[in-house]
Design a protein around this ligand. Structure first.
Ligand code: PAY
Ligand code: ZN
Length: 265
């Protein structure tokens, strides 16, 4: 798994944001966004004042493709594949849902213990190597990671904890306010409307997700983006929408990053 660290080398430890794309194999606009983000970050450093101050003060860890084997499978064999590609003895079915495999109310709500289901939670918490690797990295760097952003599609939502339970997060008001601000700036470019809110009530209850896990670990600004569209094309977002989707999403990511920067403790 390839993880990039983007930021000005200062010689001292900087606070950081962790962003991953491609947890789910078929959500192709997600890895496209991470690639877009990386290019913009390095090419606008020094000219874009917001990006410059962001990368001067913080590091951004970007995991462009979380579920590599699943992603490759969607290019070669089955465009609609969602899960990982792990195999286990005794089951003909392949893979687990990486966004049901984190240690956050694991396999309770909105997840399946049937290995053949698309929302299979896996044989145990962090059974999937991709999940274990990301969880290990975030645990190890927990003192510097101030925000966790995970990019999915589709539905045009900006979700935050919780999805594994209906309780509101301790930081609910701030998380909602920041999400609404981010959604407003996103909309300013092409009029794309996003809905913000806790996962459980805004989309559906789903246990074992990465955003809830990161939040409970202590990463306060934990968000799941569901990029375009709202279902007309769904996972098969046309190529013509890649650029506008990335441009508008960039505004929202920068908005959240700026808030994180202002609120460093
Ligand atoms: O935080 O509640 C959450 C995540 C919910 C996502 C999930 O099921 O993991 C939502 C779906 C996703 O991006 O995987 C939405 C898409 C449209 C789907 O496959 O249902
Ligand atoms: Zn997804």
């Amino acid at each position: 798994m390839h993880l990039l660290k983007i930021g000005r080398r200062t010689g001292s430890t900087k606070p950081a944001i962790f962003m991953d794309c491609g947890i789910h194999a078929r959500e192709w606009i997600s890895p496209a966004f991470c690639q877009w983000f990386i290019n913009k970050a390095v090419s606008t450093y020094g000219t874009d004042s917001q990006m410059t101050s962001l990368l001067d003060t913080m590091d951004i860890f970007v995991l462009p493709v979380f579920n590599i084997d699943g992603y490759e499978h969607t290019w070669k064999i089955d465009r609609m594949w969602r899960k990982t590609r792990s195999r286990r003895n005794g089951s003909p079915c392949v893979g687990a849902d990486p966004n049901r495999n984190f240690d956050a109310g694991w396999c309770t709500l909105g997840a399946s213990s049937n290995p053949c289901s698309d929302t299979y939670c896996g044989a145990s918490v962090e059974s999937e190597i991709e999940v274990r690797n990301v969880a290990d990295f975030i645990r190890k760097n927990k003192s510097v990671i101030k925000a966790y952003l995970t990019i999915h599609s589709y539905s045009q939502l900006l979700l935050f904890p919780y999805s594994y339970k209906y309780d509101l997060a301790a930081d609910h008001n701030e998380l909602l306010q920041v999400a609404e601000g981010a959604a407003e700036t996103l909309r300013s470019l092409y009029g794309t409307r996003y809905t913000s809110g806790p996962g459980a009530t805004t989309i559906y209850p789903a246990a074992g997700g990465s955003d809830d896990w990161a939040y409970d670990l202590g990463v306060k600004y934990s968000y799941t983006f569901e990029l375009r569209d709202t279902g007309r094309y769904g996972f098969l977002l046309p190529e013509s929408q890649i650029q506008p989707t990335c441009e508008e999403t960039m505004l929202a990511v920068k908005y959240i990053a700026a808030h994180v920067l202002k609120n460093l403790v």
